[in-house]
Design a protein around this ligand. Sequence first.
Ligand code: ADP
Ligand code: MG
Length: 426
Amino acid sequence: MSKKFEELNITPELLRAIKEMGYEEATPIQEQTIPLIKAGKDVIGQSGTGSGKTAAFGLPMLEKIERGKGIQALILVPTRELAEQVSKELIKFSKYSLRHILPVYGGVGIERQINELRRAEIVVGTPGRILDHIERRTIDFSKIKILILDEADKMFEMGFSDDVRDIIRQTPQFRQTLLFSATISTDVIDISDRYMKEPEVIRVEVYVEKSMLKQSYYNVSTRDKFSLLVHLIQNDKPKLAIIFCATRQRVDIVAKNLERQGINAEPIHGGLTQSRRNKIMEEFHAGKIHVLVASDVAARGLDIKNVTHIFNYDIPKTDKEYLHRIGRTARAGETGKAISLLAEQDYDNFRSVQRNRDIDIEKLEAPQFQRLPFDLGRRPSFGGESRGFHGHRGLSSGFRGHSDSRQGSHSRFGGSRPRQGSWSRR
Ligand code: ADP
Ligand code: MG
């Protein structure tokens, strides 16, 4: 679960303002950087566009700014639009704790800026115009406590690297320096080496580098899903795997059945207490558990690293959810696999995932695998969830004829097989 802003000890005035803006829970980059910034650390925050970086640096920065004490924070941004956007956002944050926030960029008259700079407490500026003011001696840097480089990669891409360095050198040495960026380039590293004090690096990645992640899918009959899953796990022996299911019930059932096959799998879903979840995560990271069976909701707030395998036991409804799931593997230069098990009831979802052109999932032919029983964990019933999942018979479409050796020729015809995979025997 993401943290509420209350838990991050944001001041009541700021809290009230962001609540009005509709902020409830902190985004991952906010959750991780805000405490460090409050503690006075230099921070490098890397996360994608739209992940809430402005509030990540803006809220803790605002808490440190006092009224009437000169320019205490300088935020450098690459473009005029961003200068406007960031200052507007900061002005909204400080609705109940007014601070003098001034955007400073070129292309507009400088006289007015010079006047307003005398009263400003926070300056959001583009490098060119800020340098201009430095040269004219119309900006006073002596009170600056915090320097923030926002969208640093973009700033360097646009050729502002030297300007930024010139500006940094004009600021007081005893300052806090924050750098936020969607990507970390060599320029970013160089700047941080030179001008930051033991920065904490926080990276929040959702999307994965494609070359490091192999995405594939198998088309199987519903009744074979579980058997193929077990086969793949036994074959690949994943170091850390997460199996995603559509519902909490499915999570429990799949985990139980894996246990029956001797695979130590823990279910993790919204019905567990936070302390239970933390414990499972600890064991998972310590390598005591290799397989987690999870629902999307449960997995969303979890800090899961170095996962080698993602299995989509059920295909998620949207490309976004798919990317969220696979974003948990292939991190930090390691390779990973994302394997989707596709049966008839997944076709609609799969089509909607594949509508995203950036998602490239290779089709694989299912290997030979042994067909295993699958206990639905309930008394046989009519209707309900069992139909459409593991309960149905006579399915021939989608069946690819990868028969288990024991079944022989039977298995080519779904309907003639014994009802494996559908029984509930206890
Ligand atoms: P970034 O700088 O990472 O691209 P922004 O700071 O511009 O992202 O935030 C993107 C949008 O998300 C903005 O409209 C912002 O108001 C909103 N936002 C940021 N944090 C939260 C939050 N915790 N809850 C709800 N909305 C948020
Ligand atoms: Mg931004």
